[in-house]
Design a protein around this ligand. Structure first.
Ligand SMILES: Nc1nc2c(ncn2[C@@H]2O[C@H](COP(=O)(O)OP(=O)(O)O)[C@@H](O)[C@H]2O)c(=O)[nH]1
Ligand SMILES: [Mg+2]
Length: 336
């Protein structure tokens, strides 16, 4: 959900990397994480504790500051590609402002690519959104592999609405930032179009100009967008993945923003305990949620640490465990 805070001059947008399993979504986020300056990014949180497949999602927050005081916050997510994680995909897609569809160029992935774009259109449709109208770009990934399908073939199969296309080799970082710039451009343009009455002095959105740095290009895109209705100010939050039951997450995030890390950790630990107790009441086996015992142990140690010794990193970890527990519980109750 895009938000613009005219006082803080902040724009916040959620971008989801969508596509079939193993197409290169997680690798794309890892490359972005590796190639932006450390002060620009938060931690890459990967909920992928079982082997190297993404079971739930990856999350990478980027915060791009501009000299004139404008801040662009991007929340990048991936979705799990496997067919049976549709509930998680819907949760992650909820409130998205744009999608980067990561297709696998290998001929063997022809069917799963097509199923995944159909699934994207379907899930957006359930949110009342038409893919045709929704900011999206196509990342044709794994261009390095011999036998890769031609761009024309991929376009014919997947690009139904004339979206921008980028050829990528995510494992080497090729084209990934170009894809991010392009989707940012579309998202900011879309945000502006939805608020025509409040449009600021229009400026050309030129993101593809040669060689200049990602941060300044993204900021330029943000600069060109309009201030919003203050009534529409809603901070992006993990709590939105769980409509009506994200209070503990929102409270943890609030404490994190206030830098009261000890409090954040305690709230998160209580929230995890609540999820676990609900689960065990149901089936007597909290462990069936599949939470990592090591992580639960670390969380309980953090929650027992005196406030002044709890770090931001600890509190973020606590938030991650809480979100993981919520996601696992809701995926489970969605009956997958
Ligand atoms: N050859 C090649 N391998 C890639 C490329 N991008 C990702 N991979 C590999 O494909 C596998 C799946 O990637 P991953 O990012 O985990 O896929 P995800 O399921 O979409 O998150 C990993 O082994 C990656 O190293 C690419 O452009 N070329
Ligand atoms: Mg993944």
């Amino acid at each position: 959900m895009s938000t613009v805070n005219p006082l803080a001059r902040e724009i916040s947008a959620k971008i989801v990397y969508y596509g079939p399993g193993l197409s290169g979504k997680t690798t794309s986020l890892q490359q972005i994480h590796a190639s932006v300056r450390p002060e620009t990014r938060g931690e890459l949180v990967s909920l992928s504790t079982e082997g190297d497949r993404t079971l739930f999602f990856d999350f990478l927050p980027l915060k791009i500051e501009q000299v004139r005081g404008l801040t662009l916050r991007l929340q990048l997510y991936t979705v799990p590609g496997q067919v049976f994680y549709d509930a998680t995909r819907k949760l992650v897609l909820n409130g998205a402002d744009g999608v980067v569809f990561v297709a696998d160029s290998q001929p063997a992935a022809r069917d799963t690519n097509a199923e995944s774009i159909d699934n994207l259109a379907q899930n957006l449709g359930e949110l009342g959104i038409s893919l045709a109208e929704f900011p999206h770009v196509l990342q044709y990934n794994k261009r390095d592999l011999p036998g890769a399908l031609s761009v024309e073939a991929l376009r014919a199969a997947l690009n139904r609405h004339g979206a921008p296309e980028i050829e990528t080799v995510a494992s080497r970082g090729l084209g990934i930032l170009a894809g991010l710039k392009e989707i940012t451009r579309l998202v900011v343009r879309d945000l502006r179009a939805r608020q025509p009455a409040r449009r600021a002095t229009p400026r050309p959105l030129e993101l593809s100009g040669g060689g200049s740095e990602l941060a300044s290009q993204l900021s330029a895109a943000a600069e060109a967008s309009a201030p919003a209705d203050p009534a529409a100010l809603v901070p992006v939050s993990f709590s939105r993945l769980f409509p009506g039951e994200g209070a503990a997450i929102a409270a943890t995030e609030h404490a994190l923003r206030e830098r009261t890390y000890g409090e954040a950790a305690r709230i998160a630990a209580d929230g995890v305990a609540a999820v676990l107790s609900r689960t065990s009441a149901e089936d007597g086996r909290a462990a069936r949620l599949g939470l990592d015992p090591q992580e639960l142990l670390r969380l309980s140690r953090i929650a027992a640490t005196p406030d002044e010794a709890v770090t931001e990193r600890d509190a973020l970890f606590a938030l991650y465990v809480l979100v993981a527990a919520k996601v696992k519980a809701s995926a489970r109750s969605a009956g997958r």
